[in-house]
Each structure stands twice: as structure tokens, then as C-alpha cells.
Design a protein around this ligand. Structure first.
Ligand code: UN1
Length: 486
């Protein structure tokens, strides 16, 4: 028996400002399910520019007290919030599937991942070590201490509505910053859930502030004189505009942006393992990950065999209502996004691509896109160049390993790459040659663990990387202390 979407009561959306849940006085925001736009998941007033100012003032007012709170104590709020999130994994996982459109299994997994991220950062005080240098002068030592930046603006995308915010907000908070957060307007309910967990965990007023509304609120945040740092994940276009504004304001920015990630399958690869991992990388979350596989590079000798194995697996995948536990792939985030992706597929075919696979989405809603594999003739094809952010995979065939690596680099992006081979010398060569922030060997291009750096090369990233030891580089600044006895 399968479990499908039942309509539930619409949740009231509120902003969180200075510890109070308040109704936004801007226009009404209706968060509806991409599966069924009639199904309103949550609704409420958006934040106005005035709300952004009030929230910024609250974050500023809370900053000194929070910075003075011992790091271990700051960590306990995260740990408590992680427990609250874990206890709500089923309920919030279902809400995530409804609001964003990924499957319930992925939604629940993401909620638990947010809890894992908070747990990881809660222990940061146990790991953060200082630096002490020798001095060229007698009777002196040189210390490097870290301080929070102050007030951090957090701007997050729709595709990981709770995990990406957690991996920005948790380090911001544990390193002693206060936060003003604007989530994507497509996923306000999950944003409220994360904020709710932190409030219920006892986080002091003003330390985390949540403003819900359209992208235009972002410019009010980045141009605000009280802002001390900005962390962003989203499109390269928006990221670069924010980076320009941040540079003008003299504020550090960390921007994680697009990807056009390749999976490379060499002739000695385990083809069944590779087919499974490419399937996951390209089509899980309906291809809506910056780390998703959207280019596939196959060595000629195994190309036919590999594509047959991949298509067989994809044909067995069910597309439909993401809350139905028998379904593997839900809709993309909106009917508009789906129309853009379909237009991209049409343009790719008009430019000479041939269809290697096309799934069936008959009778599903406007936001459903058929999982599609396109064999593209050359590097000028739009499916090879552009990030569609959907379930579309562009394939090219090559004769040699060297050519495969060259094509893997043939993108303005450089976030992740997956290499399938059993030959360690080819892995070593790839580590030298392939210009990406994340290289997977024999596993899918997506995925990120909280204790290791995450981020991309070229147009994929700007500023310090995220996660692990990299997080402290962005969320703190250092003071070098020349310490001499009097
Ligand atoms: C993942 O691959 O599991 O926006 C995480 C994104 C990335 C996060 C990817 N910043 O898709």
C-alpha cells in the first residue's frame, strides 16, 4: 500500500523578529504545492523594508551579548534544536515534500541532515584550536585569536529548504554571530520550522531573525549599513549581483552558485555501480541540486552498454506525487520552472541533440518534467552548457581518458565531478586535471558531509568555502596579538 498526499490545514506564516513571531505587513505570500497548486501549504504576509530594518536592529542589539556567551553554551542551543528537529522528522519531512516537491524519503532525510549539521557545529568549541607563533623578539609570543564578524545576512535557495539554512546558520551562530535570514519565497514553511526549533531550544531574542518575502528583500539586506557579512546559495546571476553590492559595502560574502557537473564513466568502470550512481546524481531531487549530474561523458567502448543499463533503471523509476512512498521523483519547484526546462529541452533538440530517453509525465501537473537524456552533438548545445536545474542529462562520447577529462572541464562552472573507474592512476590524473571543488570517485556527484569543505571553482563559487574547518574562515575574523611581558 502506498501513502499519498492528503490536504492539510494551511499553516500561518510569520516572521521572527527579536524573538517574536509577527505577521508580515507586506503582500500576501501563498506557498502552494508544486504537485497540486490548489493545495496551499502555508500563507501569510511578507516582510516589508521596514521589517528588514527592525530585524537588522534586533540582530545588532543582540550581537554583543551573543558574542560574549561562551562558545560551548552557544553550542547547547544547537544541540537542543537538533533534538527538536529529529523529533519532527516525519512531520516536517512530509511538509517539505509538499512544499518543495522532493520525495518524502528525501525530505525526511534532509530534515535529519539539518539535525546532523546542528549537532556537528554544536561541538565546534571542542575543536576550535588557536594558533601561537614564536616571535623574532625576546620575551614575546604571537597569538592569533578569532572573533565573530557581527551580524550575518543569510540568503538561501528553495532546493534544500532546511539543510542549506542549517549549514549556514549553525556555524554563524556557534562562532558568535547573530543572523538575519531570508529564505527562498517558495519554501517559507520549512524556514519557519528551523527557526521554530531554535526558538524552542531557548535561543536568546534577536540572535536569529527570519524575514519572509521576495528576492527584492535581499538588496535591503546587502545594502544595510549594519550588515557585517553575507552568506548566499543560489544562482550565479544573483550571487554575482550580491557580490558586487557586498564589495561596494565592504562586506565579506560567501556565495555558492551554479553547477554543470559531469559524471565521467571510463571503460574499466563497474558499469552497474556507475549506472546506479549516475541515476541518483542526475534525477534525485528531480535534478534540482547545484551538485546534480547534468553532463555525462562516456568512453566509446562502453557507451551503448552503459546507456542501456542507465535507461533500464530510469524506466523503472516512477514520477508522481512525492508524498506517495512508491514514487522516486516529484515535480520541479513550479510550473514556470518546468516550462523553462521543457523549452530548454526543445531548444537542445532543435540544435541537433537526439533523445536517448524520455520519461512519461502524462496526466501529472504543470510542474512535472519528464526525466530526459539527450545525446548532444557538440559543446555548443545548450543542454551541455546551461544549468537547467531539472531532470535532464546531456551525454557525449569520447575516445580517451584525456579527452574525457578535457570535456569534464569544458564548463564555466566547477562545482563537482564524479569519476567512475577502477584504475588508481586515472584517479590520480583526475585529481590533477579536473578543476572542481568536489571530486567523487565511484559515487554520485551530489552529497556533502558537514565536517569537510564544500564549494566550487570557476563560476560555481565566490569567497571562502562552506562547512567543516572552512566555515570558521568565513564566520570569524582574526586578531593577531603581539604579547610581551611588561
Ligand atoms: C548536496 O549535494 O547534497 O544548492 C548538497 C545546492 C548545494 C547543496 C548540495 N549548495 O544544491
Amino acid at each position: 500500500m502506498t501513502q499519498t498526499m492528503t490536504h492539510t490545514q494551511t499553516v500561518q506564516l510569520n516572521l521572527l523578529i527579536d524573538g517574536n513571531w509577527i505577521q508580515g505587513t507586506g503582500t500576501e505570500l501563498v506557498s502552494s504545492s508544486p504537485t497540486d497548486p490548489e493545495h496551499v501549504v502555508a500563507a501569510g504576509g511578507t516582510a516589508t523594508e521596514a521589517d528588514v530594518h527592525t530585524a537588522m536592529a534586533a540582530a545588532r542589539a543582540a550581537a554583543d551579548g551573543w558574542a560574549a556567551t561562551p562558545m560551548a553554551e552557544r553550542g547547547t542551543y544547537l544541540l537542543r534544536a537538533a533534538a527538536i528537529i529529529t523529533a519532527n522528522a516525519d512531520a516536517w519531512g512530509t511538509e517539505l515534500a509538499r512544499e518543495e516537491g522532493k520525495t518524502f524519503a528525501e525530505g525526511r532525510g534532509e530534515v535529519l541532515r539539518a539535525a546532523q549539521i546542528l549537532t556537528y557545529y554544536s561541538a565546534e568549541s571542542d575543536r576550535l584550536a588557536g594558533e601561537v607563533f614564536s616571535s623574532p623578539r625576546r620575551g614575546e609570543q604571537i597569538l592569533v585569536t578569532r572573533k565573530p564578524l557581527g551580524v550575518i545576512g543569510v540568503i538561501t535557495p528553495f532546493n534544500f529548504p532546511i539543510a542549506i539554512p542549517a549549514w549556514k546558520i549553525a556555524p554563524a551562530l556557534v562562532f558568535g554571530n547573530t543572523v538575519l535570514w531570508k529564505p527562498a519565497s517558495a519554501v517559507p514553511l520549512l524556514a519557519m520550522r528551523l527557526a521554530q526549533a531554535l526558538v524552542e531550544a531557548g535561543l536568546p531574542d534577536g540572535v536569529l531573525n527570519l524575514v519572509i518575502g521576495s528576492g527584492s528583500l535581499g538588496s535591503g539586506i546587502v545594502n544595510h549599513p549594519d550588515l557585517d557579512g553575507l552568506t548566499f546559495t543560489g544562482s550565479t546571476g544573483v550571487g554575482r549581483k550580491l557580490a558586487a553590492a557586498a564589495a561596494t559595502a565592504g562586506v565579506p560574502i560567501q556565495a555558492e552558485m551554479g553547477g554543470k557537473n559531469a559524471s565521467v564513466v571510463l571503460e574499466d568502470a563497474d558499469l552497474d555501480l556507475a549506472a546506479e550512481q549516475v541515476l541518483f546524481g542526475a534525477f534525485r531531487s528531480t535534478g534540482q541540486k547545484c551538485t546534480a549530474t547534468s553532463r555525462l561523458i562516456l568512453q566509446d567502448s562502453i557507451a551503448e552498454d552503459f546507456l542501456a543499463r542507465l535507461c533500464e533503471r530510469l524506466a523503472a523509476w516512477k514520477t508522481g506525487d512525492p508524498t506517495d512512498t512508491a514514487v522516486h521523483m516529484g515535480p520541479v519547484v513550479s510550473g514556470t520552472a518546468a516550462a523553462d526546462i521543457r523549452a530548454g529541452i526543445k531548444a537542445s533538440i532543435a540544435q541537433g541533440a537526439t533523445l536517448g530517453f524520455e520519461g512519461d509525465v502524462t496526466d501529472l501537473g504543470d510542474a512535472f518534467v519528464a526525466p530526459t537524456i539527450l545525446e548532444v552533438p557538440d559543446a555548443t548545445n545548450n543542454a551541455w552548457r546551461d544549468e537547467f536545474f531539472g531532470p535532464v542529462l546531456a551525454v557525449r562520447r569520447v575516445a580517451s581518458t584525456a579527452e574525457a577529462f578535457e570535456l569534464a572541464n569544458d564548463s564555466e562552472y566547477g562545482l563537482s565531478c564524479a569519476l567512475f573507474t577502477q584504475d588508481v592512476s586515472k584517479v590520480l590524473a583526475a585529481m590533477e586535471v579536473i578543476d572542481v571543488g568536489i571530486l567523487h570517485v565511484n559515487s554520485e556527484s551530489a552529497g556533502a558531509d558537514p565536517h569537510v569543505p564544500f564549494g566550487g571553482a570557476k563560476k560555481s563559487g565566490y569567497g571562502p568555502k562552506e562547512q567543516g574547518g572552512a566555515a570558521k574562515e568565513f564566520f570569524t575574523h582574526t586578531t593577531t596579538v603581539y604579547l610581551r611581558g611588561a
